[in-house]
Design a protein around this ligand. Structure first.
Ligand SMILES: [Zn+2]
Ligand SMILES: [Zn+2]
Length: 392
């Protein structure tokens, strides 16, 4: 640490202390209910200005890497500052509603974990991935809810759009505010809650089978060997394919045959019921193993998980996984409501958050996220038991 860092950090520290007290006094003295509309608007602007100034300083302090982090900024201190910002956001919200003479509705109290910033980034990324997925399906004129078929999850083929650079590039201008880094004024509490809950639920919908499958592979419960995987997760089906009118491989167009020749290929049948040439399927899976493709291998025909079929998981896990997936699919109306909100949103329309139906939606999403957390917890316990049994 050099001298200039110490100087700047000390000045910052004292400035922030002063500012926090000012902000806290401001919150304590403000009674949103008794203000006239004009007064409320003035005070709201005042709150926003304070918030802007205040956040700039907190961000500067928390952004410095831990080796450079001045000792004055203990974790406790930072937490205290974050709490003040939260309180100010709540005050800002009350004032915003009072200024527009709208009835305020309660938002779910979301407990922030110890690693709130990273958690928030991850959740935002998943909410945005869901949004990009929705835009794509819309432009393709397809249904937004392909929850039927063998693919267990709705936002299944979205993993490639989780790349932050891709997200920034592809998100329409109307929605770019969702990714704005280092914002001077934090997002409204309504939007924070939407991103948090939708992101959490989307992550749960998207990621569980991938994660479980990876864990099973890493524990040796599913072979790493591509040829073995193909053997384990498919059935030889050359005769069946030909008899049912599938004479050739859909990838390389060689005729299906078990004859040991170079110009034909034996067929296999995947869990999702598609016929593919054995060699082509091996090469297809290999591109995931080499890291050329993200996520876990999917069927070239229908994009179902090739190895994550529920039937292929250890038997003890299956009922719990089925319950989990059934729960994820149990409220399409709520999903649709959340999707419509995301699609229609733009930053200037933050005032649109006044609609009390948003409060109802958030409360329902919150209950859902709690139940999902419970189910995931149970699933992980079972995976852990399987892992232990396997190790014996
Ligand atoms: Zn082939
Ligand atoms: Zn398939």
């Amino acid at each position: 640490m050099n001298f200039s860092t110490i100087d700047v950090s000390e000045v910052l520290f004292h400035h922030c202390q002063y500012h926090r007290k000012k902000v806290e006094a401001f919150i304590a003295s403000t009674d949103a209910q008794s203000l006239s509309q004009l007064e409320a608007q003035v005070v709201q602007q005042h709150a926003l200005d304070l918030l802007k100034d205040y956040l700039k300083r907190v961000q500067k302090a928390t952004k410095s890497s831990s080796s450079e982090k001045p000792t004055l900024w203990s974790d406790d201190m930072i937490r205290q500052h974050v709490n003040t910002v939260d309180a100010l956001c709540r005050a800002e919200r009350e004032l915003r509603y009072a200024a527009h003479a709208k009835e305020i509705f309660p938002l779910p109290t979301i407990v922030k974990g110890p690693d709130a910033r990273r958690e928030q980034q991850l959740q935002t990324r998943f909410a945005v991935a869901r949004l990009l997925w929705l835009f794509q399906k819309k432009s393709e004129g397809r249904s937004t809810f392909p929850s039927s078929g063998t693919s267990p999850l709705r936002y299944d083929d979205a993993e490639w759009i989780l790349d932050p650079d891709y997200q920034r590039l592809r998100l329409p201008d109307t929605h770019k505010f969702l990714l704005a880094l280092n914002r001077e004024v934090p997002m409204s509490l309504e939007w924070q809650a939407v991103l948090k809950l939708v992101g959490r639920i989307t992550l749960a919908e998207h990621g569980f089978l991938d994660m479980a499958c990876r864990l099973l592979v890493s524990q040796g419960m599913i072979s790493k060997d591509v040829n073995k995987k193909v053997e384990h997760f498919t059935k030889s089906a050359t005769m069946e394919a030909v008899l049912l009118g599938n004479p050739e491989c859909t990838i390389c167009t060689l005729a299906y045959s078990d004859a040991p020749r170079d110009d034909v290929e034996p067929a296999v049948k995947t869990c999702c019921g598609h016929y593919i040439g054995r060699n082509c399927l091996q090469a297809w899976i290999q591109s995931w193993e080499n890291g050329q493709k993200e996520g876990v291998p999917k069927c070239p025909n229908c994009r179902s998980h090739l190895f994550c079929q529920i039937d292929m998981l250890p038997e003890r896990l299956q009922p719990c996984v089925r319950e989990y997936i059934a729960y994820l699919r149990s409220d399409p109306e709520l999903d649709q409501q959340a999707d419509s909100f995301l699609l229609a949103a733009c930053e200037e329309e933050v005032d649109g958050c006044f609609d009390p139906s948003l409060g109802t939606m958030l409360a329902r999403l919150y209950d859902r996220s709690i139940r999902i957390d419970e189910l995931i917890g149970r699933l992980w316990d079972l995976v852990e038991i399987e892992r232990t049994l396997w190790a014996i």
